[in-house]
Design a protein around this ligand. Structure first.
Ligand code: HEM
Ligand code: HEM
Length: 214
């Protein structure tokens, strides 16, 4: 079995812990995004009032009553969002600890350094080396986004208990909401990258992320 120390080497190896983290992370992020989607569509208060008024003839409810019911539903969905949030925070912690316990040639930091070194030193295939280093930088960007998402999310949940003022919480919520778009951008780029890698020079990369690779 060869390890992933040489950036240009086509053998890949992902530890079972990294693979478990990767696929659980996918599930939890998908769950979290689904709760956001539900609250911005089905539990949209203005939309609910319009829909109710258009679709009911004999029963009448005040807009405020409809909004209160939708508000309760919205809160229940946010509760589920927070559970996904705890799972994501746990997975982030797991990923950080894993970095210390990975075999040294599977450590993300080491692979990042090797890919950078290779890009700096190589005279041939510079574009390929640059691309490999670029992909690793995108992962660094994603891990930073994850840290922002978890710290802002936990601040929204527990900030009140630690005396974080409402105005700050409001800004934190804005940052939290905006970071979601950056995470969506990462996911789109990542899926496109994996698709292109499969079609071009890294056939089987997805199954490597499932069964570990060579
Ligand atoms: C990829 C992961 C996540 C995504 C995409 C996400 C997305 C969002 C979005 C778009 C909002 C609405 C913000 C607004 O109204 O401006 C929100 C609210 C919130 N999120 Fe997250 N979030 C994620 C992770 C987390 C985590 C890790 C926690 C912490 C446990 C968390 C806790 C919260 C809380 C408490 C709210 C406020 C809910 C309310 O208004 O009652 N989120 N999230
Ligand atoms: C929410 C969705 C996803 C997120 C957040 C995500 C995140 C990540 C991250 C952070 C890595 C780098 C891991 C590391 O080396 O530390 C990675 C690698 C990888 N992911 Fe994903 N992933 C997602 C979905 C997917 C899907 C759906 C697939 C397959 C179709 C996939 C296939 C892969 C593969 C093959 C790699 C290894 C690529 C390489 O070595 O450069 N990912 N993913």
């Amino acid at each position: 079995m060869e390890a992933n120390t040489q950036p240009n080497q086509e053998k890949r190896k992902y530890s079972s812990a990294l693979r478990l983290w990767h696929w659980l992370n996918l599930l939890v992020i998908t769950g979290s995004l689904t709760t956001v989607l539900i609250n911005s569509t089905l539990n949209d208060r203005k939309g609910a009032v319009d829909a109710y008024q258009q679709n009911t003839e004999n029963v009448s409810l005040a807009a405020a009553q409809i909004q209160s019911v939708v508000h309760q539903q919205e809160d229940s969905v946010w509760e589920i969002h927070v559970y996904f949030g705890y799972a994501l925070a746990t997975l982030l912690l797991f990923r950080l600890i894993l970095e210390f316990f990975q075999l040294s040639d599977q450590k993300f930091i080491r692979i990042l350094k090797n890919t950078y070194q290779h890009y700096k030193d190589t005279k041939e295939h510079r574009f390929k080396a640059q691309k490999k280093f670029g992909v690793k930088l995108v992962y660094v960007f994603f891990y930073l986004l994850l840290i922002v998402m978890v710290t802002t999310g936990l601040t929204l949940v527990f900030g009140g208990d630690f005396g974080v003022p409402k105005t700050i919480s409001h800004d934190v919520k804005e940052v939290h909401g905006f970071t979601m778009y950056l995470i969506l951008a990462f996911i789109a780029a990542h899926l496109a990258g994996v698709y292109l890698a499969e079609r071009k020079d890294q056939k089987g990369i997805t199954s490597d992320m499932i069964n570990g690779g060579d």
